[in-house]
Design a binder for this molecule. Structure first.
Ligand code: ATP
Ligand code: MG
Length: 572
C-alpha cells in the first residue's frame, strides 16, 4: 500500500497532497472543480487535531479554486447529537472557513445506501452473515493464512435479499446478523475479507429518528457519501490507509451501478489519500478521552480553557489566525510524530503581540509611597494601547502618591544585575516618572509591608530631563483606583509530554494538579471597560483575555492565555 510520496513538506512548498491534486487537475479528472470535504462525526467537540484536517480540506479546495463540503458523518447513532453538530459548525466558522451551500448529513443518504446494499446483494457482491461476532473474528483469520467462508456466502442472492429486508424490518436482535461484502477471504488485507457493510442496532438516530434499526458501516457509507457529493479528493488520517482498497472497491461498485456523479462529461471517481494526524505534547486528542475528562469533571466542560478543543482554545484567548498559522507551519506529511505545544504557543504570541491591547496589572502587590508627591499630584502616564500598531490609541494611567508594584520587582538587598527597585537606586515607573527608593517598612513579623521613596519631578513620562540613563523599568498601578480582577493562571493540562505513553497507567494520573490557579490581581483603571473576549497583554507578564463564560459586569474574570516567554522551557 506504500506509494511514492514526497515527505519534505515545507510550509509553503508543494506537499504530496498538493502534488496529487495538481496532477488530477492537469489531467482533467476533476471535471473542472476540485471538491473536498471535512467529515466530522458529531460525537464530540472538535479539537486542534481536527483543525489540521479542516485547514487541509478547506485549504486545498481554496488553493485549487474548488469547494469543500462540511459533512456530518452521522452513521453511528449511539453517541451523536445536535449539540455536537452545532458546535462543529461554530468552530469551523471561527477558524475562518465556510462551506457555502455544501452542508450534508450522511444520514440523509440512509435510503440511498440501503438501496445500494440491496443492489449489491442482487449482483452477488454482498450477503447476509449469521456468524456471531466471535465466530466472525475467528473465521476472518490472520493475514498470513486465508480465512474461512461464512455459510451465508453461498446462499442465493434471493435468500440473502429476503434476509436483509427482514434485518431492516427489525426481525433480528443486535449482532444476530450483518450484511457483508463478498470480496476475498484470502486477501492479506483483513479489511478486504468480506468486511461488514451493515449492522443491526436497535437505536434511534438523532436525525432519522426510529426509522432504522440497521446502520451502514463507516467504509461503506463514507465512499457513498463522497461519491454522491461529487467529491474528487478525500483526505483523511493515516489509520484509514489500510481501508483504502475497500474504499476503492465500493467506488468500483458504484461505477458498475452507474451511480457516480458526472461533471462536465467526466465521471467523478472520488479518491482517498492519507496524512499523519497531529499529536500535540502535554495533551490528549482522542474525543473519547476528552469526553472522559468532561464527564469525570476533571475539567470544567468541553470549553475549559485547558482543553485542546477549538472552543477551549477560543475561551483561553487563542485567535483563529494563530491556529491557522500553526497548521501551516506543521505542514503535511506521512510521518507520525508529536508536535511540541511550544510551537502552538509561539504562533499564538506572534499574533497576540500584534493585536493584544497593552495594560498594566500587578499580581503580588507591594505598596510604594512616593513621599514627595503632592496629594493631588496630577501626573499621569500616557501609554500606547499597542506599540506594534500605529493606529492604536493611547490611554492615561493616573499616577498617585501610593501605587502598587510587583513584590518581585523590589529587593532590599539586591542580587547582582538586579536593575529593578532597590534602596538608593533609581528605577523608571513605566510611563510616569523616575523614582528613587529610600527605605522599606516592615511589620512585627519582619515582612516588608511598604516601600518609601521620592520621585524626580523633572522626569515626566519617565525620562530624565538631563538625559541620564535609567536601566530598569517596572510596571505599577495606582492604589486608589486600581481594579481588583480575578485571574485564572492556566498551565499545561498534563505533567508529561505523552500521557498515553504508559500502558500500565491511566492517563488521568498524569493530570497536572497545578494546571489552574486562581488569584486576585490589581489592574489599571482602563481595564474596567474590558468586554468578554477582549485580549490583553499585561505588560511584562503575559497575554490574558476576558473570560466569556464567568465574567460579570463589574466582576471580570481574566484567563491567562500564554506567558510572555516560554516559561516552561526555562523551568525544565
Ligand atoms: P477521535 O480520534 O477523537 O476518535 P476522529 O478521528 O474519530 O476523532 P472524526 O470526527 O471522525 O474524529 O474526524 C473528522 C476528521 O478529522 C477525519 O477526517 C479525521 O481523519 C480528522 N482528524 C481527527 N483527528 C485528527 C488529528 N489529530 N489530526 C489530524 N486530523 C484529524
Ligand atoms: Mg473518525
Amino acid at each position: 500500500m506504500s506509494e511514492d510520496v514526497k515527505h519534505d513538506a515545507p510550509a509553503t512548498g508543494r506537499h504530496f497532497l498538493k502534488q496529487w491534486i495538481a496532477e488530477d487537475v492537469a489531467t482533467g479528472r476533476t471535471g473542472g472543480t476540485v471538491v473536498t470535504r471535512f467529515p466530522p462525526e458529531p460525537n464530540g467537540y472538535i479539537h486542534i487535531g481536527h483543525a489540521k484536517a479542516v485547514c487541509i480540506d478547506f485549504g486545498m479546495a481554496a488553493e485549487f479554486g474548488g469547494r469543500c463540503n462540511l459533512r456530518m458523518d452521522d452513521t453511528n447513532p449511539a453517541k451523536e447529537s445536535d449539540e455536537y453538530a452545532d458546535s462543529i459548525k461554530e468552530d469551523i466558522h471561527w477558524l475562518g472557513f465556510d462551506w457555502g451551500d455544501g452542508f450534508y448529513n450522511a444520514s440523509d443518504l440512509f435510503d440511498r445506501m440501503y438501496e445500494i446494499a440491496k443492489k449489491l446483494i442482487e449482483r452477488g457482491h454482498a450477503y447476509v452473515c449469521d456468524l456471531s461476532q466471535d465466530e466472525w473474528k475467528l473465521y476472518r483469520g490472520i493475514p498470513t493464512e486465508p480465512g474461512r467462508e461464512s455459510p451465508g456466502r453461498r446462499r442465493s442472492a434471493a435468500d440473502n435479499l429476503e434476509l436483509f429486508q427482514r434485518m431492516r424490518a427489525g426481525e433480528f436482535k443486535d449482532g444476530e446478523k450483518c450484511l457483508r461484502a463478498r470480496i476475498d477471504m484470502a486477501s492479506p488485507n483483513l479489511h478486504m475479507r468480506d468486511p461488514v457493510l451493515y449492522r443491526i442496532m436497535h437505536v434511534p438516530h438523532y436525525h432519522a429518528g426510529d426509522k432504522w434499526c440497521v446502520y451502514p458501516m463507516y467504509d461503506f457509507a463514507h465512499s457513498i457519501e463522497d461519491a454522491s457529493e461529487g467529491v474528487t479528493h478525500s483526505m483523511c488520517t493515516l489509520e484509514f490507509e489500510v481501508h483504502r482498497p475497500l474504499y476503492d472497491w465500493v467506488v468500483d461498485r458504484l461505477d458498475e451501478l452507474d451511480m457516480l456523479v458526472v461533471r462536465n462529461g467526466v465521471r467523478i471517481r472520488p479518491q482517498q489519500r492519507e496524512f499523519a494526524r497531529l499529536n500535540l505534547s502535554y495533551t490528549v486528542m482522542s474525543k473519547r478521552k476528552l469526553l472522559q475528562l468532561v464527564e469525570e469533571k476533571r475539567v470544567d466542560g468541553w470549553d475549559d480553557p485547558r482543553m485542546p478543543t477549538i472552543c477551549g482554545l477560543r475561551r483561553r484567548g487563542y485567535t483563529p489566525q494563530a491556529v491557522r498559522d500553526f497548521c501551516e507551519r506543521i505542514g503535511v506529511s506521512k510521518f507520525e510524530s508529536q508536535t511540541d505545544v511550544a510551537l502552538l504557543e509561539y504562533c499564538l504570541r506572534d499574533d497576540l503581540n500584534l493585536h493584544a491591547t497593552r495594560r498594566m496589572a500587578v499580581f503580588n502587590p507591594l505598596k510604594v509611597v512616593v513621599d514627595n508627591y503632592p496629594q493631588q499630584g496630577g501626573l499621569s502616564a500616557e501609554l500606547p494601547d499597542n506599540p506594534t500598531d500605529a493606529k492604536a490609541g493611547l490611554r492615561r494611567v493616573p499616577f498617585e502618591r501610593e501605587i502598587f508594584i510587583e513584590r518581585d520587582d523590589f529587593m532590599e538587598e539586591p542580587v547582582k544585575k538586579f536593575f529593578r527597585m532597590t534602596p538608593g537606586a533609581e528605577v523608571r515607573l513605566r510611563g510616569a516618572c523616575i523614582f528613587r527608593c529610600t527605605h522599606a517598612v516592615r511589620d512585627e513579623h519582619g515582612e516588608i509591608v511598604e516601600v518609601h521613596g521620592t520621585y524626580d519631578p523633572e522626569s515626566g513620562g519617565g525620562n530624565a530631563a538631563d538625559g541620564r540613563k535609567i536601566k530598569g523599568t517596572i510596571h505599577w498601578v495606582p492604589a486608589s483606583c486600581a481594579l481588583r480582577i480575578e485571574v485564572r493562571l492556566y498551565d499545561r493540562l498534563f505533567n508529561v509530554p505523552d500521557p498515553l505513553d504508559d500502558p500500565e497507567r491511566d492517563f488521568v494520573e498524569f493530570l497536572n494538579p497545578d494546571s489552574l490557579k486562581s488569584v486576585t490581581a490589581l489592574g489599571e483603571p482602563a481595564l474596567a471597560e474590558a468586554r468578554p473576549g477582549d485580549k490583553f497583554q499585561f505588560e511584562r507578564v503575559g497575554y490574558f483575555c476576558v473570560d466569556t463564560r464567568d465574567s460579570q459586569p463589574g466582576a471580570l474574570v481574566f484567563n491567562r492565555t500564554v506567558t510572555l516567554r516560554d516559561s516552561w522551557a526555562r523551568k525544565s
